[in-house]
Design a protein around this ligand. Structure first.
Ligand SMILES: Cc1ncc(C[n+]2csc(CCOP(=O)(O)OP(=O)(O)O)c2C)c(N)n1
Length: 1007
């Protein structure tokens, strides 16, 4: 049986494969090369019309067609058909289901002018095909999406005449086999099906999808149901209950806390049933954890009605009573940025959500899902990749290889989604192996205004969501005034994500009932819109109306206004009781954030944390060394790497050669991995290393097969996950930060290509890394490797903005280090995981020191040593004779060391501050213990005076020196640009620094 699709993207029938071959119409005119006709193969889709034309020719005059065709057509005909007049003969079965065989029109062909009618039948059929395609691809432009009815757009070309059809064609019957539903239908019914599916309250964008399977799956799902759910009365009651819950919550806050900012979700109440259905459906399809990221709008409502945060706790935050025992220096965050988590359980038997109040193992008929709303800053959209990183860590932790059990759910505002570039970064990351999370579900709450800015000033695109078209994912637009349509797209979205493991997006069209916040007057800037909103009835009322107009299948009574009022009264009563509870509390309750995987860990002050041994045995070094220098049999290693990496590392592991930086780092990771600890490192070109020093991955020179030596240390070792990232700082740093939040037992690192580019991720640094403990009592053990150092490479390859990190350094919020030896780096990496302490570690990492002959460490520094906050100058035998003490950090130490050698300046000590923050002043004082008072102490840095560590050191050290040591600076002069672009000038500046550092004290005060 030959079967035809209405267009090329519909579901493919099993027997349709025969059509794929070019069977039988190779000749230019059908009379051509008979040998080209292979009738047994059937016809290619594109040739069917041609074959049909030929058939009609055969019916008129069998001798007029090529013998091969003749034989074929004769074979297709039934034994009786030849007895009839040719023009009246029934088309062969081969064509009976063809889009070109409009059966209702066939008799007309027989009766009238056959040639003309045949042409018009074919044309008509093609036009129907175009109409179907227009609905599928452009129908969304005509969908009724805007609850305010203000949206003006041209719509899609869906009128019959747009496609060359007319009213009189409506009763012709066409094959509709590849539109879900009956195989044949009148044009009238077909149009109705398409209209209902694609242009009611749901608009779906799929024209950008190249993937035929994906399109077919979607079309089938939507057309089969006409994009509607058949809901029972109980389902509708539940939806109404959720809408009313959302509405009453906002009104209650408005009445009780007049004028307080809450970022009301009125106008978008359908978000609550949307989320409820989404979570339940996800739970039923195997999802056990959902991490949510959302902005301010409706957040309190979501916390109360979806995350089930007790309303009393939210009210207590409004009452803002302070706990007198808490640190008065600030901290905490506004209530609409706070996180929360809870377990929700959905009961399968009764098909409804029920919160289990009694603990205990869930029975088989329940689905439990853990929900976690991620804390976030005001910076819209920046939480996105943090959420995704968290989910990736959760998936890794439970070995969710299919990535179907943990789901990221991101809620966005329309203006923020269209405007913030980090949205595109996250989409770009979504399909990459190193960052994939099995698909994020995005909900864009389109209230058609951003603060006071209207959409025409906020985006250049048709929809606020258009950036998502870069992915092969469907984009659903739905009118938020129709909660049932909302539920339909939720089902599609969740099922799509679980089946195709990709992102999916729902845009919820709604409105913002009030101003941006409760103090704003929206009619200053959107007077027409707000006049419309003022006369608009609530979502609750709209749904009641819908319910009345759309009778229930079993003829049950529609839901009445009284029933709705009863629900509302009950909800108000519940909130009153919660408010009473809150008013009795002294202060809001602060949930502990050190639970689960975090139980044994802590943040707080560094001095309260015990040091742990970080040295390793010689055997441990040998074990890692063996892995680092082994390649699988038959692996074609690059000859240069054999010498520069493998042989060199073998000599280092054997103690025949001091370890260089790459080896120190590899030993740090390797020894942790051997202890079963997971290590994840990502960054631009991180596998090789920007400076070709890491070579964590070898590539076979013949096959490009990959081999990662650190993945082969021993059985049951920790997982080593090293990734080359996309060219993004913000998105990737956010992701790794998120990963570190949910993998506290592992070592997670992000590396910048050059430290200078880190400012592209400044929001993640300021709003998350630096302040998350103060704001949300959440800490992270993320390591940032930021290549830093003045080496004549110009303004953008010299400076990781150490000054900014130090400026933000307070209350032991993180650690900022600038190491001078590989062993120091090694101990710091190990300490980062082995201490029960989690704080971000910011490393000013080296470039030229990677190959500096002095920046090496002997094996004993790994087997006997420990991390040193400050490295004293052990070359000074007689501190009393010192003329000057130089304090410095990082690479400049080696410049000073060489300059001292050159000058033979034995009366100058050089002390290295390896950890700048938290600053261990006691360790510095120890180094000065035997130095006579009055000896000048000079901070030397390569950076301009306004950059580098000086501003911080000049804040911290003078008090400690208590005037006993004159305090001064040697640096480059003040500059708005971090470094010169001229290598010659760089050298000159560097030489001057050395001269000044060793010059006889002029008494000049540099401060
Ligand atoms: C990155 C960033 N820029 C500016 C703001 C200030 N701001 C807060 S809400 C808002 C409007 C957001 O509009 P939209 O994304 O449509 O969400 P809505 O408030 O309408 O729900 C703006 C500009 C911000 N929070 N973050």
């Amino acid at each position: 049986m030959i079967d035809v699709k209405v267009n090329g993207t519909g579901p493919v029938r099993e027997d349709a494969s025969a059509l794929a071959s070019d069977g039988g119409v190779n000749g230019a005119n059908g009379h051509g090369n008979g040998a080209a006709v292979d009738a047994s193969n059937g016809f290619a889709l594109s040739n069917l019309a041609f074959a049909e034309e030929l058939y009609f020719q055969f019916v008129r005059d069998p001798a007029s067609v090529d013998p091969t065709w003749r034989a074929y057509f004769l074979g297709l005909e039934s034994p009786t058909s030849r007895d009839k007049a040719p023009a009246a003969s029934i088309p062969p079965a081969a064509f009976s289901r063809s889009i070109f065989a409009a059966t209702a029109a066939a008799p007309k062909i027989a009766e009238g002018n056959p040639t003309a009618s045949r042409t018009s039948v074919r044309l008509l059929s093609e036009r129907v095909q175009r109409l179907v395609e227009a609905y599928r691809e452009l129908g969304h432009l005509s969908a009724n999406l805007d609850p305010l009815g203000l949206l003006k757009r041209a719509g899609a070309p869906l009128k019959l005449e747009d496609q060359g059809l007319a009213e009189e064609d409506l009763d012709l019957v066409f094959s509709s086999e590849n539109v879900a539903g009956p195989d044949r239908t009148t044009l009238r019914d077909l149009v109705e099906l398409l209209r209902e599916t694609y242009t009611r309250q749901i608009g779906v964008e799929l024209a950008h999808l190249h993937d035929v399977e994906l399109r077919g799956w979607l079309q089938n799902r939507m057309e089969r149901t006409r994009n509607r759910l058949a809901l029972s009365r109980a389902d509708r009651m539940r939806l109404l209950d959720q809408v009313i819950g959302a509405e009453v919550f906002e009104q209650f806050l408005q009445n009780k806390f007049l004028g307080a900012k809450r970022f009301s979700m009125e106008g978008a109440e359908s978000l609550i049933p949307l989320l409820e259905r989404l979570i339940e459906r996800a739970a039923r399809s195997n999802v056990v954890e959902i991490v949510i990221g959302m902005a301010h709008r409706g957040r309190l409502n979501v916390l109360a009605n979806v995350l089930k945060k007790p309303a009393s706790q939210i009210f207590a935050e409004f009452l803002d009573k302070q706990d007198p025992s808490e640190d008065p220096s600030g901290g905490g965050d506004v209530k609409y940025h706070l996180g929360f988590s809870i377990d929700r359980t959905f009961d399968r038997t009764f098909d409804r959500a029920s919160e289990r109040t009694s603990p205990g193992a869930p029975s088989n008929d329940t689905h439990k899902v853990h929900l976690s709303l991620t804390f976030n800053p005001s910076h819209l959209e920046w939480v996105n990749t943090v959420v995704q990183g968290r989910v990736r860590a959760k998936q890794d932790r439970i070995s969710d290889g299919g990535r179907t059990r943990c789901l990221p759910l991101l809620l966005h505002g329309d203006a923020a989604f269209a405007g913030q570039g980090i949205v595109a970064e996250a989409f770009n990351m979504s399909e990459l192996d190193g960052y994939r999370v099995g698909g994020t579900v995005h909900i864009v709450i389109n209230n058609q205004v951003g603060f006071t800015t209207s959409p025409h000033d906020a985006k250049s695109t048709t929809y606020a969501t258009d950036v998502a078209r870069m992915l092969q994912i469907p984009i659903f637009h739905v009118n938020g005034e129709d909660p049932e349509a909302v539920c339909q797209v939720v089902d599609l979205a969740v099922d799509f994500r679980q089946r195709f493991h990709r992102d999916v997006l729902i845009e919820l069209w709604c409105y913002r009932k009030h101003g941006h916040n409760e103090g704003d007057e929206p009619s200053y800037t959107q007077p027409i819109m707000y006049r419309t909103i003022a006369t608009k009835s609530s979502i609750r009322a709209a749904y009641l109306e819908h319910s009345a107009k759309n009778p229930l299948p079993e003829g049950e009574a529609p839901i009445s206004v009284e029933e709705a009022d009863t629900i509302a009264a009950r909800k108000r009563h519940e909130l009153e009781s919660e408010l009473e509870v809150a008013s009795r509390w002294e202060a809001p309750q602060r949930p502990s954030t050190f639970m689960g995987a975090w139980e044994s860990l802590r943040g707080g002050a560094e001095r309260n944390v015990p040091q742990v041994p970080t040295a390793v045995t010689r055997e441990a070094i040998e074990q890692v060394g063996a892995a680092l220098t082994r390649v699988p049999p038959g692996f074609n290693l690059h000859p240069k790497l054999k010498k520069l990496i493998v042989e060199a590392r073998a000599a280092m592991a054997a103690g025949d050669k001091p370890c260089d930086w790459g080896m120190g780092e590899a030993l740090g990771y390797g020894t942790l991995l051997a202890q079963g600890i997971r290590v994840r490192l990502s960054g631009q070109d991180s596998r090789r290393g920007t400076f070709s020093h890491r070579h964590s991955t070898f590539f076979d020179t013949e096959t490009e097969a990959e081999y990662v030596p650190l993945q082969h240390i021993r059985d049951k070792q920790g997982i080593f996950d090293v990734r080359d990232s996309p060219l993004s700082e913000a998105g990737v740093l956010g992701f790794e930060y998120g990963y570190s939040l949910d993998m506290p037992e592992g070592l997670t690192l992000w590396e910048a290509q050059f430290g200078d580019f880190v400012n592209g991720a400044q929001v993640i640094i300021d709003q998350f890394l630096a302040s998350s403990e103060a704001k949300w009592n959440r800490v992270s053990g993320l390591v940032m490797l930021l290549p830093h150092g003045m080496e004549g490479q110009g303004p953008e390859h010299s400076n990781a903005r150490l000054d900014r990190f130090l400026n933000l350094s307070v209350n032991d919020n993180w650690q900022v280090c600038n190491f001078t030896t590989p062993a120091q780096f090694f101990h710091a990496l190990r300490r980062q995981v082995l201490r029960p302490y989690r704080k971000p570690l910011i490393v000013m990492s080296p470039k030229s020191l990677l190959r500096h002959p002095l920046a090496t460490s002997p094996l004993r520094d790994f087997t006997d040593g420990a991390f040193q906050y400050v490295i004293p100058d052990v070359t000074i035998k007689d501190p009393k004779s010192l003329r000057r003490v130089l304090l410095c950090t990082g690479k400049v130490y080696y410049d000073l060391f060489a300059a001292r050698e050159e000058r033979g300046a034995r009366d100058v000590a050089i002390i290295r501050v390896e950890q700048l923050f938290p600053l261990h002043k006691d360790e510095i004082l120890k180094c000065l213990a035997d130095v006579p008072g009055g000896t000048p102490v000079t901070w030397v840095q390569e950076e301009p005076k306004n950059l580098g560590a000086w501003p911080f050191m000049n804040r911290e050290l003078p008090g400690m020196l208590k005037g006993s040591f004159p305090w001064s600076l040697v640096s480059r002069p003040l500059s708005s640009s971090p470094a010169t672009g001229s290598a010659t000038r760089h050298k000159r500046e560097q030489a001057r620094l050395m001269d000044e550092a060793f010059a006889i004290d002029t008494g000049k005060d540099n401060n």
